[in-house]
Each structure stands twice: as structure tokens, then as C-alpha cells.
Design a protein around this ligand. Structure first.
Ligand SMILES: *Cc1c(COP(=O)(O)O)cnc(C)c1O
Length: 394
């Protein structure tokens, strides 16, 4: 497969740069600086050093022995991104981008956040590099994720509540974009997933490739061969593309992305873009999204704020189109049941986002032979979701 995206950010028919004219020059400047950084061994060395000593890489590839035995089928391994600093994969990207912002001479960082995990990762790297930090967050999410709001504020970030529309992630992205159009001179916008205009989906993916590269090396060490199946949850798609991409050249490795099925595939009650979605443009990119017949973006729902978004990253749209990656969904109830199962068989509380991937792993493992190997990306830990899980499960 040839390296994608092309120079204007297209993955086949998907992706691109659908932004206001004022952002075209800064996005081009960002693309150029990123290309230079990528080719600069000093940049890579600084990034690798911080990933190791500040963030705690490499993360373990853990054999979930009791879960495997209980399900009686394929061996299940978990890639432990939940053990990373700040509790999820998000810091891989936030760290990479803050280093790019520094190279660009920017002094101020803005970000959007849903569950607050990306906001926390961004506030963390801003504190580490002495950057001013403003995080946009829907007012509803601020209530649901009060702990993460406090974490950001304690690290010196300003959290700006967004009262527009559904008051969740989509509106927070709109506000961040509005800020950026006015402040791009001194400000870099750290997008939290493999979404938005080129070069963001590519750059965010690249900063998460470390997940799949490590997993590939680790499974070869432990099992002497590549896995049969990779599973990851898909919000914007950053943890999934980070795990999947380094295996795309291995035709025998099957890959499944798991979206948020909410209350089931009923309009406005889920966030599974590949089920009942359509092709369109949202927030800078052409991809699969949830919209009604008039083209209005639909309301979405998921028990996990981090998967509750109307569009999927354009590279996933491409991989689905090519038939290279399969996409399915888990409902809120299935995710909550998986949360409990992993907690009680392995002593790991996964994030509710992650629980969607675990749910699919649990569903499929028993029907696969014991000689098969599954790697599930454990994208984050569930501390932030304890109140929600307790409400449903206790
Ligand atoms: C944000 C988040 C996700 C969803 O984002 P992707 O970009 O799809 O990875 C998944 N898991 C956790 C733990 C998250 O914090």
C-alpha cells in the first residue's frame, strides 16, 4: 500500500483541508515544520526521551490469563496504554504536538476536550513546557467530568465552558476553531484525535504509532509471531490507528474497530458512524458522520464521553472503504458489562471508552481457537468513570 495521505491530506476520497482561508497558511506552515521535525534526529530523540521518562513508555503488553481461561478461546493480550502518565494514550499526541508548537515559536496552546482526558494530557504538557493553556469543554461534559476539570486547573490551565448546542465535544471543537482563527499568530491548536483538517489526522496518527510498533515487537518476543486479531475502540480513531497502522502490511492480521452503540442503532441514541452514518464534511475533513436527511449533524449518545462524537477520522473511513479494517459497535450495556468483567477477572478498571473494545474481545474470544492471539488496546484507565460505573453496576 502506498503511503497515505497525499500532500493535501487525502486518504482516497476521504480527508482533505476544509477550513477557512485564514487557516490555510498556518496549516501549510504546520505541515512544513512537522515534516522537518520528522526528519530531525534531535526531535525524535527529545520525544523518545520524554515518552520514556516523563510518560512511562514502553507500556506493557499484558497476557490476560484469567479472562482468557474464563472465555475458553483465543489468548487475550492487553496493550496497557492505561498505565501511561495521565491515564490514557492521549499524552503520546499531546507531547508530540507541544514539541512542534515550540519549534514554531508558539507560546499559547488551545485544545478541545470531551471526557477531559485530552484536556488533561494537554494541560500536563503545557505545564511541563511553561506554555499558556486554554481548554474548551462542553458545559455538560464539565459536569460529567468534574475531576478532570480540577486536574487541568491544578496544572494551571484555563478551562472554558461551552454553552452552545448540545454543550459537548462538537461545540467545544467549534469554539477552539474560532479561537484559533483569531489567535493563530501565537497559538497552536492541539487536536485530540486523528481528526480535523490535514495535517492533523496524519500527525496525530504518527505520534500514536508507538503503540503499534511496541505491540508488534512485544508480541513477537512473547509469542514468536504476529497476532490474528487487533481490537481497539474508535472515537475519532487515534488509539485505534496507532495500534493498527504498524500491522497494515501484514495481511493475516485482522483488525476490528469498535464504535459506541449507545442505546442501540437508533438515530440520536448512538455514535456509531459506520452504522447509519453518511459521507460528509465536518470540522475540516471529509469522512463518515452522523447527519439527518437535511445534512444537519445529528445528536449522538454514548455512556463514554470520549466516543461521543458525530464524525470518525478520515483514515478509518478509508480503511473501511478498502475493507482492510472491520468496524462494529458495542452498546452502553455491553461496555458496562465488559468494564465489570475486566475489573473482576483481571483487577483492571478500564475507561468506559476502552470497555467497548473489551466488550468485542469478550464476545469473540470464545468462538476462536485457543491457538489464536488477540491484542486489545487498553486505551485508558477507568478512574474518571468510577462514579458512572458505580451508578450502573453497584
Ligand atoms: C479519548 C479516548 C478514546 C477515544 O479517542 P480515540 O481518538 O478514538 O482514541 C478512547 N479511549 C480513551 C481512554 C480515551 O481517553
Amino acid at each position: 500500500m502506498k503511503a497515505l495521505p497525499d500532500t493535501t491530506g487525502h486518504y482516497g476520497d476521504f480527508g482533505g483541508m476544509f477550513v477557512p482561508e485564514t487557516l490555510m497558511a498556518p496549516l501549510r506552515e504546520l505541515s512544513e515544520e512537522y515534516a522537518k521535525a520528522k526528519a530531525d534526529p534531535e526531535f525524535q530523540k527529545e520525544l523518545d526521551g520524554l515518552l520514556k521518562d516523563f510518560c512511562g513508555r514502553e507500556t506493557p503488553l499484558y497476557f490476560a490469563e484469567r479472562l482468557t481461561e474464563k472465555l475458553g478461546g483465543a489468548k487475550i493480550y492487553l496493550k496497557r496504554e492505561d498505565l501511561l502518565h495521565t491515564g490514557a494514550h492521549k499524552i503520546n499526541n499531546a507531547l508530540g504536538q507541544v514539541l512542534i508548537a515550540k519549534r514554531l515559536g508558539k507560546t499559547r496552546i488551545i485544545a478541545e476536550t470531551g471526557a477531559g482526558q485530552h484536556g488533561v494530557a494537554t494541560a500536563t504538557v503545557c505545564a511541563r513546557f511553561g506554555m499558556e493553556c486554554v481548554v474548551y469543554m462542553g458545559a455538560v461534559d464539565m459536569e460529567r467530568q468534574a475531576l478532570n476539570v480540577a486536574r487541568m486547573e491544578l496544572m494551571g490551565a484555563e478551562v472554558r465552558g461551552v454553552e452552545a448546542g448540545q454543550r459537548t465535544l462538537k461545540e467545544a471543537v467549534n469554539e477552539a476553531m474560532r479561537d484559533w482563527v483569531a489567535s493563530v499568530e501565537n497559538t497552536h491548536y492541539i487536536i485530540g484525535s486523528a481528526l480535523g483538517s490535514h495535517p492533523f489526522p496524519m500527525m496525530v496518527r504518527d505520534f500514536h504509532l508507538v503503540i503499534g510498533r511496541e505491540a508488534r515487537k512485544q508480541i513477537l518476543e512473547k509469542e514468536g509471531r504476529l497476532p490474528d486479531l487487533l481490537v481497539a475502540c474508535v472515537g475519532g480513531g487515534s488509539n485505534a490507528i496507532g495500534l493498527f497502522h504498524p500491522f497494515l502490511d501484514a495481511p493475516d492480521v485482522r483488525m476490528v474497530g469498535v464504535e459506541a452503540g449507545g442505546d442501540g442503532i437508533i438515530p440520536e441514541r448512538h455514535a456509531a458512524r459506520f452504522q447509519g452514518g453518511k459521507l460528509g464534511v465536518l470540522q475540516g475533513t471529509k469522512t463518515w458522520l452522523l447527519a439527518n436527511d437535511d445534512g444537519q449533524i445529528e445528536l449522538t449518545h454514548s455512556v463514554s464521553a470520549g466516543l461521543d462524537y458525530a464524525a470518525v477520522g478520515p483514515e478509518h473511513a478509508f480503511l473501511q472503504h478498502e475493507g482492510r479494517v472491520e468496524y462494529t459497535y458495542a452498546t452502553d450495556d455491553e461496555a458496562l458489562a465488559a468494564f465489570k468483567e475486566l475489573a473482576q477477572t483481571e483487577g483492571i478498571l478500564p475507561a468506559l471508552e476502552t470497555s467497548h473494545a473489551i466488550a468485542y474481545g469478550i464476545k469473540i474470544a470464545g468462538s476462536l481457537p485457543k491457538s489464536d492471539i488477540i491484542v486489545i488496546n487498553c486505551s485508558g484507565r477507568g478512574d474518571k468513570d468510577v462514579a458512572t460505573a458505580a451508578k450502573h453496576l453497584l
